[in-house]
Write a protein that binds this ligand. Structure first.
Ligand code: NAI
Ligand code: MG
Length: 368
């Protein structure tokens, strides 16, 4: 059988720097675990604009649709700030999400014990935290029509529309339930059914999908504002949180920061399951291209490496190998390895991007 294919789009700024370490990790799994990938690389964002005058070439788009999974670094940077909107680096990423139809955005909030002091919450509230927010990504109020700023009498009115079809709710609910089956089997769905009709429909459809096809899942519902309170009060009560685009945008940022640094946060965006394989999928760190530290060897590669761990788990059904990689990261952090973004009040000397990669590869070797 052919090896699974992985398209790497490193992008701009620290994107290529952190991706360099991911490539070493991918190579390690090929050498030491007999888990080889057909890796190809291409350009996205400003790098693609510089080469082709477009932030995503059609050929690259076609390759992304063919690949078993896409791994992206980051796009953007001050050099491109004055470009026309239609060719801005971000447009490359948006096109990928749209044409791959990535409607389910997975954002984990996982607390590595060695970094529990980084949280703004008390250590015992976050130690051991491991939750996943599933955010609907392609519909809702960011896309609904009508939208715009209109004249009404003698003043202007700004309008956006929260709109969800049953089909859109159904498919993201399935994605959350499938995910929960690989975890604790618990899903909490969040909306505001108390004040929004779209929320009433959301709750109905989610419950119906569960009652029809996912009787093994323990489903609860919560109003999203209460959900925000519960996330900062007692986040460990949750496992998978399912929510819409707008609430998910806010709740996932909030949950992510329970665990500390931007340099630690991975994400996955999944589409429809393909005929006889995993869903279309794009994995990327939550952070951007960090122009303030680009080219200095300071970037923390862990967010991007954890994104590859998510690919192992969700695209390639290699949960045990994903856990091995996460455990290696836990180990190096416990041993005190810190890039500059992870330096706490206690001080010390930060290590470089490459040195963090070295440490993780060392811990992987030690895991054999
Ligand atoms: P950013 O995430 O690039 O940086 C925010 C801060 O966090 C900076 O101080 C940066 O040095 C630090 N940081 C981020 N990632 C880090 C890492 N791995 N290791 C150590 N420190 C890290 O966000 P910012 O500054 O708002 O945006 C910079 C550029 O990135 C802009 O052009 C923006 O449009 C783009 N961007 C791209 C994203 C993407 O590709 N998905 C997401 C967010 C921003
Ligand atoms: Mg956000």
């Amino acid at each position: 059988m052919a090896n699974p294919s992985l398209l790497i789009l490193a992008g701009d700024g620290i994107g290529p720097e952190v991706m360099e370490q991911v490539k070493r990790v991918i190579g390690w799994f090929g050498d030491k675990r007999d888990l080889a990938f057909d890796v190809s690389e291409d350009l996205v964002g400003g790098a693609a604009y510089d080469a082709h005058g477009t932030p995503l070439h059609d050929d690259t788009m076609a390759k992304a649709l063919e690949a078993d999974a896409v791994l992206l670094g980051a796009v953007g940077g001050p050099k491109y700030d004055d470009l026309d909107f239609s060719v801005k680096p971000e447009r490359g990423l948006l096109r990928l999400r749209k044409e791959m139809d990535l409607f389910s955005n997975l954002r984990p909030a996982q607390c590595f014990d060695a970094l529990a002091d980084f949280s703004s919450l008390k250590k015992d509230v976050v130690a051991g935290l491991d939750i996943m927010i599933v955010r609907e990504l392609t519909s809702g109020v960011y896309f609904g029509e009508p939208r715009g700023i209109f004249e009404e009498g003698n003043e202007r009115v700004g309008i956006n529309t929260q709109r969800y079809t049953e089909g859109e709710i159904d498919r993201v609910a399935r994605s959350a339930f499938e995910l929960a089956r690989r975890r604790s089997g618990k899903v909490c769905s969040m909306e505001k059914a108390n004040v929004m009709e779209s929320g009433i429909l959301w709750r109905e459809v989610v419950q119906k999908v569960r009652d029809t096809d996912y009787l093994d899942i323990e489903l609860s519902h919560m109003y999203a504002d209460n959900g925000a309170m519960q996330l900062v009060r007692a986040p460990k009560q949750f496992d998978v949180i399912l929510t819409d685009n707008l609430f998910g945008d806010i709740l996932s940022d909030c949950a992510a920061m329970l665990t500390g640094s931007l340099g630690m946060l991975p994400s996955a965006s999944l589409g429809k399951p393909t005929e006889n394989g995993p869903p279309r999928a794009l994995y990327e760190p939550v952070h951007g291209s960090a122009p303030d530290i680009a080219g200095q060897g300071k970037a923390n590669p862990i967010a991007c490496i954890l994104s590859f761990a998510m690919a192992l788990r969700y695209s390639f059904d290699q949960g045990a190998e994903a856990a091995r990689l996460e455990a290696a990261i836990e180990t190096v952090l416990a041993n005190g390895a810190r890039t500059a973004d992870l330096m706490g009040a206690e001080g010390g000397t930060p290590i470089s991007t490459t040195e963090m990669g070295d440490a993780i590869l060392g811990a992987l070797d030690a895991s054999l």
